[in-house]
Design a protein around this ligand. Sequence first.
Ligand SMILES: [Zn+2]
Length: 290
Amino acid sequence: MSDEDRDADPTGTSPSTSTPTTRSRTGRPSIRRVPIRTPSTRAPGGTTNAYVLGDLLVDPAGRHPDLDRVAESVEHVAVTHAHPDHVGAVAEYAAAAEATTWAPSAFADRFEEATGAEPDATFTEGDAIGSADAIAIATPGHAVDHFAFAVGEGTEHEGAPRGGEAILCGDLALAEGSVVVSREGGGLRAYLESLRRIRDRGPTVLYPGHGPAIQDPRSTLDRLIDRRLDRERSVLEAVEAGASDVDAVLEGAYDRDLIGVEDLARATVRAHLEKLLKDGRIEGAWRDRL
Ligand SMILES: [Zn+2]
């Protein structure tokens, strides 16, 4: 029997419960990834992943038939962060499912502004949401309101049971490439700290906001940390070689063509300079140049 069959006819094997589709046959909360095309945004690869985690819907970036199909069993809606490519259908699904919308308590306004939905409830670090007890973990850096959601052992992943912790990591990490980190997002120090926090939890799988699941969390997170430290070194070298404004550092620190992504690269360089300034590794005059 396929998942679809089970959803269509829950009477065969499921015990009678008020929310028959939030748990799989095995009784474990299930995780499902639904890539959604987000063409009008700058989403990496042109899609954003929505996740259905038990009765919690995370990052409904747009309408999708697969989400429509499970909307009835959704009781909670949250986002990893309120960037435009993660929030497109929050209001619609929340209304359709009469679900509880959740926002980080410190960023409820931001959530409402981005989603058009007033949050019904707020969470902070360590709170658990929904039937899967998804634990909120503050992971700023890419966005100041960024949270990851961790679910523990005994979760069923896209149909297959799996041990260890799974973390919906939003735009903290990607299987390939890297994400934008800006001052507005919390800065590089915060980002590196977020990467280390998630790495140190030792998850067995990460589910990112874009692209496929990350099956080797430790090496992916180490790669992202190393990459930032490498970039930091090249930014510092550019400054030491005489670059005295952001554009000059940009030129010195990148040896590839930046057509189309120059603004993102500039934001990254700014974030690095900001961190170096905070760390006392470049002169105070940089404060006025950022
Ligand atoms: Zn984002």
